[in-house]
Ligand binder design. Structure first.
Ligand code: GH3
Ligand code: MG
Ligand code: MG
Length: 373
């Protein structure tokens, strides 16, 4: 087996690899959305890695040399080497596999490689070592090869076909990279930057989906008491740390099927599946106590932080509220908790038709406002 490490990274005498290898990293894209946007187009990495699988001999050595001169990092194995293990570890960019008739070991290997690579990330190029008939070519392509170089010894054609496969690979990589970008931008759009909890947009969506699905639903708003004093006394950074800690604690004590988010400012929200009936205040009080029990490091400053909690629920039976209506009811309950002295829980009555009509008038005042208590 020739796994010469000196093949790992080769310069590109023809300047070819640098143009071919301007690809995004295979392991995904990291960093903030801004950093990722600035990284367009993806930065160049290293020379493309070609795995040549062929019997040992002078013709194979010639082929290795040809590919190296093209600027690729080449590894050469035989079909009897642990090819699959090598591919798993080294993930080459292209496999160049010698075919040997329509039922040879090369075709079997090609089939196995494709089975292990259902995402079709690694191109496989078969090449004939002897003259081959149409049937052999068809068998090779059907086994999963991306292309077949049928004429032995036509090196220029083989080089061109390798380049085509790597060009296609680059297109696929860019497509995947763009998809990753899009989905990570989408995640960012639904995530609060400070606490990394779902943001208000995400909460609105979750609440809309829950109500639309006809499920009984509970909304709990938690507003930190006298948070402004925390900022004013210990500084904005300490305030941020308090928000982060409370967000993390709420995340830990919320059931998997529920969703906790930062509603804005110093307000958090939990959307719970199901209505809690008479037990709503008990659960609200557990949340209140949990936040009240958080101990912040001495050097941070704040101590004895409390929250007020407002809860509204829909039992899935009476008139279905809109998300804004249910939130407005929770907000009213929260207001009551504040007015009654803070550090306590208030639960709104189940919404009825009259109630919703009345509360609807609160929506314009409510929506878009945070830190109103
Ligand atoms: P109440 O008990 O009535 O809720 O009083 P409060 O001081 O908590 O409420 P108020 O609305 O008067 O003040 C909220 C404060 O939250 C004001 C605002 O500067 C602060 N705040 C909002 N977002 C952030 C943030 O991301 N970080 C920090 N550190 N402070 C924030
Ligand atoms: Mg507050
Ligand atoms: Mg507030």
């Amino acid at each position: 087996m020739n796994l010469n490490p000196s093949h790992a990274l080769l310069p590109s005498p023809l300047g070819l690899a640098s143009s071919i290898s301007s690809v995004p990293p295979r392991s995904g894209v990291r960093g903030t959305p801004e950093e990722r946007a600035e990284s367009l187009p993806p930065p160049p990495v290293c020379a493309r890695r070609v795995l040549l699988i062929d019997d040992e001999g002078p013709s194979r050595d010639d082929l290795v040399e040809v590919l190296r001169v093209e600027g690729y990092a080449v590894c050469a194995l035989t079909v009897n080497d642990p090819v699959l293990e090598f591919i798993r570890r080294a993930s080459p960019d292209l496999v160049l596999l010698s075919a040997d008739g329509k039922e040879g070991i090369g075709i079997d290997l090609c089939r196995e490689l494709r089975r292990l690579d259902p995402g079709h990330l690694t191109p496989i190029l078969l090449f004939a070592v002897d003259d081959c008939d149409e049937e052999a070519v068809v068998a090779g392509l059907v086994s999963g090869a991306d292309d077949y170089v049928v004429a032995p010894g036509r090196i220029a054609e083989l080089k061109a076909r390798v380049r085509v496969q790597l060009r296609n690979l680059r297109d696929r990589e860019l497509l995947r990279w763009a998809r990753e970008q899009r989905s990570s931008f989408r995640d960012e759009a639904l995530t609060d930057a400070l606490t990394r909890l779902p943001n208000r947009r995400a909460i609105d969506r979750a609440l809309t989906a829950a109500l639309r699905g006809g499920e009984s639903t509970t909304v709990m708003l938690l507003d930190i008491d006298h948070f402004k004093i925390i900022n004013d006394t210990w500084g904005h950074a300490a305030g941020d740390e308090v928000l982060r800690s409370i967000g993390a604690t709420l995340g830990l004590c919320t059931r998997r099927e529920d969703i906790v988010g930062r509603f804005g400012g110093e307000e958090f929200v939990v959307v719970l599946r199901g209505s809690l009936g008479d037990h709503a205040d008990i659960l609200g009080d557990r949340y209140r106590q949990t936040v009240g029990a958080i101990v912040f490091p001495d050097e941070l400053g704040p101590k004895g932080i409390t929250v007020s909690v407002g809860i509204a629920q829909w039992d899935g039976l009476c008139d279905r509220p809109t998300p804004a209506q249910l939130l407005a009811l929770a907000d009213s309950a929260l207001y009551e908790a504040k007015r009654a002295g803070r550090d306590r829980v208030r639960v709104s009555d189940l919404p009825g038709r009259d109630d919703l009509t009345t509360r609807a008038s609160l929506e314009p005042q409510y929506s878009g406002q945070t830190g109103t208590h």
